[in-house]
Write a protein that binds this ligand. Structure first.
Ligand code: GDP
Ligand code: MN
Length: 389
């Protein structure tokens, strides 16, 4: 789950991390009164769940409360397009009004889970402020990677190593050590998947400040954090993913292709996307209904997919283990009966009660293309999406 910058900063502040003073506003008048409280010189920042706002015109300095009101009036309600929003952009509903910081240097710091080592890792770079992906592509050595043993935790020497990699010295190292420890404490305490500070700045009077903050949580751990649920902003999420979740399909991720997949099991869903790619197609989604023996989940999967205008074919790939294939096949038939099928459907069934399942589909008055194996399922789905029956 992603949250807004102002929410991320509130959490970091709670953990003792130095962030600029500021508050969120949803009207220009509110922005003005916050600027008055902060002494006049502020930065007005669009709150959307995407980075690169500066480049898109969503971060603007204002030198008086009147200017803050004017700038907020321009940013609020705008359709902000950044390198991370996609071409349609995102509508700005609120702005963070922060006191202005006099920047001497912009640095980069993040903490995330490194999938390769299965450990938390801290990334730091003296090239902050810009997109870290660009730095990584151009000059990977400019990013220091500090792997953290979760049993040992984040130690002062980890923090010092990060500080030296950032080119800090003297009193700035003394500020960096507790700040980095506090960032790590927040990362662990809130079960984050990402804590990113870009830029982390050195001010002209030699203070270390987290000028920007991006915090994301591990969805699988949200049940442990009732307090975090209220931070969710559904308007920022993919509407089909929200709909899928409301229908009991917790593992649906919208992708860019045109072949939808309905699969039971995450590993099988990954292989199904591989098979589609291998056959020359592009998956429209990842969808794992889990191991449940429940035809409703199949019907609801079709309900979600029916609303994706990009979909040109559906591939249903089921291995009956805990689920029974005949029960799943009933779900496919019901989806047709309920009018949820608007494009060709390819099935590949295997496992428990596969014969009954195939029989149900063969006898149903619907044009299901039944593949005999996974390879054929891929080619049939790609052909169907291309309009070649
Ligand atoms: P992002 O573009 O979405 O990552 O938004 P950031 O919060 O990182 O802001 C983008 C850029 O705006 C920063 O890299 C800074 O260069 C600049 N900026 C943000 N806040 C301030 C500020 O208080 N003072 C000054 N001088 N520049 C700022
Ligand atoms: Mn930033």
């Amino acid at each position: 789950m992603k949250i807004h910058e102002y929410q991320a900063k509130a959490i970091l502040r709670e953990f003792g991390v130095v962030v600029p003073n500021g508050r969120v506003a949803s009207t220009p008048a509110e922005a003005r009164s916050i600027a008055e409280e902060l002494g006049g010189k502020v930065v007005v920042k669009a709150q959307i769940h995407a980075g690169g706002r500066g480049k898109g015109g969503g971060v603007k300095l204002a030198n008086s409360p009147a200017e803050a009101e004017e700038v907020a009036g321009k940013i609020l309600g705008m359709q902000l397009i950044t390198p991370q929003t996609g071409p349609e952009g995102k509508k700005v509903k609120s702005v963070l009004v922060d006191e202005q910081t006099d920047i001497a240097r912009e640095l980069y710091l993040s903490i995330l889970i490194d999938g390769f080592s299965a450990r938390p890792i801290m990334l730091v770079s003296a090239s902050g402020g810009m997109e870290i992906e660009e730095v990584a592509a151009r000059d990977p050595k400019a990013i220091e990677r500090i792997s953290i043993d979760p049993a040992q935790g984040f130690q002062a020497y980890h923090a010092r190593r990060a500080a030296y990699a950032l080119g800090l010295s003297g009193d700035l190292v003394k500020q960096a050590v507790p700040m980095f420890q506090n960032l790590y404490r927040a990362f662990i305490a809130k079960d984050c998947s990402l804590v990113e500070v870009n830029p982390l700045v050195v001010t002209k009077d030699d203070k270390l400040v987290a000028l920007d903050a991006k915090v994301s949580f591990d969805d699988s751990a949200l049940y442990r954090h009732a307090d975090l649920k209220g931070l969710r902003d559904i308007d920022e999420e993919d509407p089909l993913e929200v709909k899928a979740e409301s229908l009991g399909i917790n593992n649906y991720i919208k992708l860019d292709g045109d072949i939808a997949c309905i699969v039971n099991g995450a590993g099988l869903a990954m292989s199904t996307m591989d098979v589609i790619k291998y056959a020359g197609g592009e998956p429209a989604n990842f969808l794992d209904i889990g191991t449940a023996n429940n035809p409703d989940l199949i019907v609801n999967s079709f309900r979600v997919i029916a609303e994706d205008p990009a979909v040109k074919a559906v591939l249903v790939n089921i291995f009956g283990g805990m689920a029974r294939v005949d029960v799943i096949a009933e779900g496919v038939v019901r989806a047709f009966q309920e009018g949820l099928v608007k494009v060709p459907v390819v099935t590949r069934l295997a496992g428990t009660n596969v014969e009954q399942g195939e029989k149900i589909l063969a006898e149903a008055p619907y044009p299901v293309r039944r593949a005999k194996d996974l390879g054929e399922a891929g080619t049939l789905a790609v052909a169907a999406a291309a309009g070649n029956a």
